[in-house]
Design a protein around this ligand. Structure first.
Ligand SMILES: NC(=O)c1ccc[n+]([C@@H]2O[C@H](COP(=O)([O-])OP(=O)(O)OC[C@H]3O[C@@H](n4cnc5c(N)ncnc54)[C@H](OP(=O)(O)O)[C@@H]3O)[C@@H](O)[C@H]2O)c1
Length: 357
């Protein structure tokens, strides 16, 4: 059983992991906290970009000698293998910690075994502490990759109260206000790639970069991706500028595109529309999360949030589950989930999981 201090540290570790989401792929975004023997937090860390130290190693470095006899609280089981960095289990043993509290057991066989190695050396290991929370958080992207050999897909859309993303004349700037648009930039920063269909690229000519409120671009930019099978994207499209790398793909469909992105180490994709491409992903059952921003406006006409899903009866409606609702200035942000990861296999939380292709 974890102590109250360990639960508190686990919540902090999840936030640390979330803070580096978007910079660690193809590695997991892990967070770790070191508690001294008396339960005081003495070090914390999160996964560095690929090739850099893992979360536990960074947290131990910060704790120094105070880790001896203490506890490491970490969102993912420490690895026992030597990849680009040494095994974390060995670092924990060298630091002399007496207890390790883990949220998610390591699901990949080459890296698995950290807990066994630690236990063999006399360290107490507790696995599965607040596992669902960790899996639904920053580890979700990496776990989707491990389990399904594809990136996690987050579909983002901004619409009016009556579910329109553009007016009848095609104008769509802006549906939502400043706060909601800033939230989109923060969301982009947590992703390895940002994707639109050729229709959106042609109509809106978006730049698809991560920028702050003053328009200053972030240091790290996700890969920009346009799915354009007919080669309609003009050479002067803003998405082709040198502000960030861009992939123009002619992949046959969502699954093929995700395979292409996975091979490039992309583990989390933000699908920014439009309605036609979003419908293709939803029909293929390839949307894991949705972020819907609703503006308190009515248009009564114009393109709707999502294109044809092939559904004709209310009983067949694709149903998502609400994770949370937030106010974004005058708008409302809703985060929804289509699938839930439960241990080794994916189980349906809604009919979305059985969406045909
Ligand atoms: N408010 C918002 O959040 C938001 C976000 C995005 C867009 N929008 C609005 O949405 C409108 C554009 O939407 P749209 O539906 O026309 O464009 P879209 O969904 O961005 O792009 C559709 C195009 O994507 C390509 N595509 C590639 N693979 C596909 C596949 N497997 N299935 C379907 N399409 C595939 C197709 O062109 P090819 O066959 O040439 O590949 C298709 O014509 C604009 O008015 C824009 O303002 C609003």
């Amino acid at each position: 059983m974890p102590t109250a201090a360990e639960r508190h540290a686990m919540a902090r570790a999840r936030r640390l992991g979330a803070g580096v989401l978007g910079s660690t792929s193809p590695n997991p975004a892990v967070g770790a906290v070191v508690l001294a023997a008396d339960g005081t937090p003495v070090g914390e860390g999160a996964t560095a970009p690929p090739g850099g130290p893992h979360a536990e190693v960074r947290a131990l470095a910060e704790a120094g000698d105070r880790a001896r006899g203490g506890t490491v609280v970490v969102t993912l089981e420490p690895c026992a293998h030597t990849g680009r960095t040494g095994p974390c289990a060995d670092a924990l043993l060298a630091a002399g910690v007496s207890r390790v509290v883990v949220a998610v057991p390591e699901p990949t066989s080459p890296a698995g075994g950290g807990a066994a190695r630690l236990r063999a050396a006399g360290v107490e290991v507790v696995l599965g502490v607040e596992q669902a929370e960790a899996e639904d958080g920053a580890l979700g992207a990496w776990l989707t990759g491990v389990r399904e050999q594809r990136p996690q897909v987050v579909w983002k859309v901004a619409g009016t109260l009556d579910g329109r993303v553009a007016a009848a004349d095609g104008s769509s700037r802006w549906v939502t206000g400043r706060e909601a648009r800033a939230a989109v930039h923060r969301l982009r920063a947590t992703c390895d790639a940002v994707l639109v269909g050729s229709g959106t690229a042609l109509t809106d000519d978006p730049q698809l970069t991560v920028r702050d409120a003053d328009g200053v671009p972030a240091g790290r930019q996700p890969l920009r991706v346009v799915l354009d099978r007919r080669g309609r994207l003009p050479s002067d499209a803003r998405v082709l500028d040198d502000a960030a790398p861009t992939l123009v793909s002619a992949a046959a469909g969502p699954r093929e595109l995700l395979a292409e992105l996975f091979a490039r180490d992309v583990r989390r994709v933000l699908l920014e529309g439009g309605p036609t491409l979003a419908a293709a992903f939803l029909r293929a059952g390839l949307v894991d999360e949705a972020v819907v921003h609703l503006a308190p406006k009515l248009l009564g006409g114009g393109a709707s949030l999502v294109g044809d899903l092939g559904i004709t009866s209310i009983g067949d409606a694709l149903t998502l589950s609400v994770v949370d609702v937030t106010r974004l200035g005058g708008d409302v942000g809703i985060r929804l989930r289509a699938y839930r990861h439960t241990g080794g296999s994916r189980s349906a939380e809604s009919p979305a999981a059985t969406g045909g292709s």
